[in-house]
Design a protein around this ligand. Structure first.
Ligand SMILES: [Zn+2]
Length: 81
């Protein structure tokens, strides 16, 4: 893995456009990354644990996306600029 790719992963944050390539193949594609709002993630955050997962939203607001998605299942889209 190149330094450039590692840096781009580090910079991924809620509000970024991301490409999902995880286990749900029917949902592969471009999504808006949001902080996962589920109870597990809220509990992890309250404990100060660094495990960050994402919820995915349709950039066009048409479809509900998956949530509790591992960072490893996402790639920050080059379209972010
Ligand atoms: Zn979660």
């Amino acid at each position: 893995m190149s330094d450039t790719l590692i840096r781009s992963l580090d910079l991924m944050e809620p509000g970024d456009l991301v490409l999902y390539h995880g286990s749900i193949t029917s949902l592969h594609g471009l999504w808006l990354a949001l902080l996962c709002p589920c109870g597990i993630c809220r509990a992890m955050d309250a404990l100060g644990l660094p495990e960050v997962r994402f919820a995915l939203g349709d950039p066009w607001g048409e479809l509900p996306g998956p949530h509790h998605v591992r960072r490893e299942s996402l790639t920050r889209s080059a379209a972010c600029g």
